[in-house]
Write a protein that binds this ligand. Structure first.
Ligand code: 5AD
Ligand code: SF4
Length: 492
């Protein structure tokens, strides 16, 4: 399923015997036409289309970037597969914690095995991990079978790089340190026909002391509101009913534009798009969440009743060392203001355990915060030392065994609180967007409520993409079993 102008551009009309155009996105469409020529020749020679597998690590941003990679592979004619024993395999990597990096190195070994049996196979790596010079050094030294490496800033050049790699022998590396460029109107292949992520901004300017994101994703850059609205209108015309607006810190959206626009204002304008049913966004930094935003959420009939509000730590002392720029009291006050205005909202969070200098008392404060805020869900992470970040140079790193003990205690509290929070919906009727046929039971379908809770109900594939009222009958910890309790929207 293509979006934007890609389905209007006819690659056959592009003359690839001339020099490539300098301007974007025309340049990338030229290389797509060239790649497609290569695919045709491959097909003539082998009697089949080349296969391509895109594997994604990490966050929603990476998931959206991968849809763009898939959009280009699809446009040029590759056959999509989930099997990594393919003609073209690309890993879109994450480096936020070290275990994500280790996973990539482990799986590269397996890919090398496939490549020995299929020497024409091309292996490509992109994403955040590639922005780290030490990673590139290691890849050059010990993983020289990798064919193509590029980073986060030049992902829009994928068609051009793919083309170069199809023809070349040996490793091609193209990493940029930074960019202020945003290229619009490239194709994307959506995973779900009825919902989609939309980048509203790239990069981050916050420099939380543990976090590598500002170094690998660069400075904050917002897309023009008109470009975002045009993309969403196009998606809605193509069947999308739910969008997720994506940015590392959506609450500071628009500040760097020539004509600044607040995130609250952007939301008001997205809300007006006819045919769009649900709006989500991720991630909000507590320090930037304004009262205006709370009012916009309160008055909206489309913004989902879910807010992901990363806490990171419940101790003001640690928050200061993390450079989060809010205190425990300010965070609590914000939660109270949100709950007062929007009582039915679900709040979820991220928490890091074992940040340098964290004591048993600090962790106690975090655990207490989880009990007080009553999160609907929380993602808990063990602190990972990321080279180049200020926290990595702090002297009082916490020993692993101690961190593990604290982590287990926190996890138990998080699970208990989340369970009782999710249980409070028992017996009510809410609207669910049906997303897929249940993976374990084909007589059931799986949907998501506005508050992000998952519900399984009897049904079939014809319900996918529809908003259906469901009765929440049995709470099973983090999800519900229910049944349809009325007609879906748009049916008599
Ligand atoms: N170690 C552990 N967790 C981290 N996160 C970011 N950097 C690190 C790190 N160095 C977590 C934060 C963030 C989430 C996306 O990942 O909790 O909100
Ligand atoms: Fe990292 Fe902080 Fe930026 Fe989030 S806001 S990406 S945690 S630096």
């Amino acid at each position: 399923m293509e979006e934007n102008i890609s389905n209007k551009i006819d690659l056959n009309k592009i003359d690839i015997s001339t020099e490539p155009p300098a301007e974007e996105p025309a340049r990338q469409y030229y290389f797509m036409a060239k790649c497609r020529e290569w695919v045709r020749k491959f097909e003539q020679k082998s009697g089949r289309l080349p296969t391509a597998c895109v594997t994604t690590f990490g966050c929603q941003m990476n998931a959206r970037d991968s849809e763009k990679l898939e959009g280009i592979l699809e446009t040029v004619g590759y056959e999509r597969t989930d099997n990594e024993n393919a003609d073209f395999v690309i890993y879109n990597t994450c480096t936020v914690r070290d275990n994500a990096n280790q996973k990539v190195y482990g799986r590269l070994g397996e890919l090398n095995g496939y490549k020995r049996r299929n020497p024409k196979m091309k292996i490509a790596l992109c994403g955040c991990m590639m922005q780290e010079p030490s990673v590139i050094e290691k890849l050059r030294k010990s993983y020289s079978f990798v064919d193509l490496i590029f980073g986060t800033h030049n992902i829009y050049k994928f068609a051009e790089l793919l083309c170069a790699s199809q023809e070349a022998e040996g490793m091609i590396t193209d990493i940029w340190e930074n960019t202020d460029k945003i290229v619009e109107n490239l194709p994307a292949e959506r995973k779900f026909p009825f919902k989609s992520g939309i980048n509203i901004m790239f990069g981050c300017n916050n420099f939380c002391s543990y976090c590598i994101v500002p170094y690998v994703r660069g400075r904050e850059r917002s897309r023009e509101p008109e470009d975002i609205l045009r993309e969403i209108r196009g998606l809605v015309a193509d069947g999308v009913v739910e969008v997720m607006l994506l940015g590392q810190n959506v609450n500071s959206y628009g500040k760097t534009l020539d004509r600044p626009v607040s995130f609250a204002e952007l939301l008001r304008r997205v809300e007006q798009i006819e045919g769009l049913k649900r709006i989500r966004f991720m991630t909000s930094h507590p320090k930037d969440l304004s009262d205006e935003m709370i009012q916009v959420m309160k008055q909206s009939s489309k913004i989902c009743r879910h807010l992901h509000l990363p806490l990171q730590s419940g101790s003001t002392r640690i928050l200061e060392r993390m450079n989060r720029r809010y205190t425990r009291e300010q965070y609590l006050d914000l939660v109270q203001r949100i709950r007062r205005e929007i009582p039915d909202i679900a709040i979820t969070t991220d928490i890091i355990v074992g940040f340098p200098g964290e004591t048993a008392e600090d962790l106690e404060e975090t655990i207490d915060m989880v009990r007080t805020v009553k999160y609907d869900n929380a993602f808990t992470f063990i602190y990972s030392r990321r080279t180049g970040t200020p926290a990595a140079a702090m002297e009082d790193q916490v020993p692993a065994e101690e961190v593990k003990k604290g982590f287990d205690r926190l996890l138990k509290t998080v699970q208990d609180t989340a369970r009782s929070q999710v249980a409070r919906y028992q017996g009510t009727v809410m609207e669910a967007l049906i997303e897929e046929v249940n993976v374990n039971d084909s007589a059931m379908v799986t949907g998501r409520l506005s508050n992000n809770v998952v519900v399984h109900i009897p049904g079939d594939a014809s319900m996918i993409g529809k908003l259906i009222p469901v009765s929440l009958d049995e709470c099973h910890g983090f999800y519900y079993i229910g049944h349809q309790a009325g007609a879906s929207e748009g049916t008599a």
